[in-house]
Design a protein around this ligand. Structure first.
Ligand SMILES: Cc1cc2nc3c(=O)[nH]c(=O)nc-3n(C[C@H](O)[C@H](O)[C@H](O)COP(=O)(O)OP(=O)(O)OC[C@H]3O[C@@H](n4cnc5c(N)ncnc54)[C@H](O)[C@@H]3O)c2cc1C
Length: 451
């Protein structure tokens, strides 16, 4: 789940703050764990340390830096796990292969029906209440393309739908060479798929899940340095990661080789930065280094610990989902364009967080740490990516000028349309959004049942 502090309005983070505190959502996490088939959730290192004391005694954790742990569901395939329950339910009809293409009606306050398309037919579904759970990209798309009641899109009177798109920026921040530190070796033993990792998984009774740790700053330290929330993971890498041009080119070419169609298109469209020839030349020039990396990868010999960030992105109205009026899908609905924008604040916050965490690691004898090149530049690292976490595009809030739904997930100005997916999260913390989204959806269900 996201941290309690993530719910608070932080003066140094524009548009931060949920319309309620963590306590309001807390009661729904038990049920959310059940729904996601997590029997014994534990997110703090202490709980793991008591189970596997010989493995988890990192001396670098103090008041300022805390160790957090990811808990994975089996994973839950909702379609198969809940299929029979849905089939048996007398009050539920599931339409499979059915795509909602429009919120109907000309009254901004009330949607009487939605239009649904399948490959064979088009039909209308009428209801008193509609809950949109299409995800952080498709929910804003449906709202923006449903223009019968409001020309700019349903619920978009204030031009907020689709804005504030947030991801969790992920990227490499540095590398610790294993052979330089005994402490580093024990972390490798713990995390790798060797005996340590197996014992930890068995002790945690999570054979199918990963045991994944991260270090994060306390809310007090975030406040002191005016930082966004963020986590720093340490993951075994099988070669000392460098960012030489040979390795960068190798990564780009190998990444593309996994999808020859994509490679073909990129070459055809001239979309490979510098052109394919440059990258092939870089690889040929760096043959000794490239060979070393390939051999280490093949032999799976741990060579280092990669320090990776998974961080909060600040809510940013310029980061958004837009509609491309010139392009439509097979049902004639305009497609979306994602304009994901990160700010300097996002980058500076990751930089400072990893610096503070690294200080702790080094003082505990882990290291030295080789910082990634991008940390001393004005840019981002070449491996910057997201986590398929699409949030914020129909955000929850009190003020319709900066939010799309109210504290009960109802679209501002609408009497009967709600949103119950990850697009309502107004801030993201650094945690993966699945569990929090399920808790929000369960709270919405309770609210609707109480009406
Ligand atoms: C590869 C991958 C790994 C991930 N790993 C994790 C993880 O470990 N932990 C975690 O917390 N999160 C993880 N996530 C993110 C997580 O899956 C999402 O945050 C979460 O599923 C969002 O839930 P949602 O209900 O908002 O949207 P979704 O789960 O995307 O559900 C939206 C549903 O609506 C349907 N839909 C869309 N448009 C229409 C339409 N017009 N009509 C009818 N139906 C429609 C879609 O088919 C889909 O079934 C991962 C995501 C990916 C892709």
């Amino acid at each position: 789940p996201i941290d309690p502090a993530d719910f608070e309005a932080r003066p140094w983070v524009a548009d931060s703050g949920w319309p309620f505190s963590a306590d309001t959502l807390a009661p729904y996490f038990d049920r959310a764990h059940e729904v996601c088939q997590v029997d014994s959730p534990s997110y703090e290192l202490d709980e793991v340390a008591s189970l596997v004391p010989q493995l988890y005694q990192p001396p670098f954790v103090g008041d300022d830096v805390r160790a957090v742990m990811w808990t994975h569901s089996p994973p839950t395939k909702f379609g198969s796990v809940y299929r029979s329950e849905l089939e048996d339910a007398q009050n539920t009809t599931v339409h499979l292969g059915a795509t909602v293409i429009n919120l109907d009606g000309t009254d901004p306050k009330h949607v009487p029906s939605v239009t649904v398309r399948t490959d064979r037919t088009t039909y209308v579904v009428k209801a008193n209440t509609f809950i949109l759970t299409l995800g952080g990209l498709e929910t804003p798309r449906l709202l923006l393309t449903s223009t019968d009641a409001v020309g700019s899109g349903y619920g978009n009177q204030n031009d907020v739908v689709g804005r504030y798109f947030m991801e969790h920026p992920h990227l490499l921040c540095g590398t610790v060479r294993v052979d330089q530190s005994g402490q580093s070796r024990s972390i490798v033993a713990t995390l790798d798929k060797g005996l340590g990792g197996i014992r930890a998984r068995m002790a945690l009774q999570r054979p199918a899940g990963d045991v994944k740790f991260a270090l994060a700053l306390s809310p007090e330290l975030q406040r002191k340095h005016r930082l966004l929330n963020g986590s720093v993971h340490y993951t075994v890498v099988h070669h000392a990661r460098t960012e030489s041009s040979a390795i960068k080119s190798l990564r780009l070419v190998v990444g593309n080789l996994r999808s020859p169609v994509r490679m073909f298109r990129q070459v055809r469209d001239g979309a490979i930065p510098g052109g394919l020839g440059t990258h092939v030349r870089n690889i040929l020039r760096g043959v000794p280094e490239v060979t070393k990396v390939l051999v280490n990868n093949v032999l799976r010999k741990p060579r280092g610990i990669g320090i990776f960030a998974q961080a909060e992105q600040s809510p940013n109205p310029e980061s958004r989902v837009l509609i491309d009026a010139d392009s439509v899908d097979r049902y004639g609905v305009p497609t979306l364009v994602l304009d994901w924008r990160l700010r300097d604040q996002d980058r500076d916050s990751i930089r400072k967080t990893q610096e503070l965490v690294s200080e702790h690691l080094v003082s505990a004898g882990v290291g030295p740490i080789e910082p990634a090149d991008w940390l001393s530049s004005d840019g981002w690292g070449p491996d910057l990516g997201g986590g398929h976490h699409h949030m914020g595009t129909a955000r929850m809030g009190v003020d319709p000028a900066t939010s799309v739904v109210d504290a009960n997930c109802r679209i501002h100005g609408s009497e009967n349309v709600y949103v119950g997916d990850s697009s309502v999260l107004p801030t993201s913390g650094f945690a993966n959004p699945g569990l929090t989204t399920v808790a929000v959806a369960i709270r919405l269900a309770h609210h609707l049942m109480s009406l």
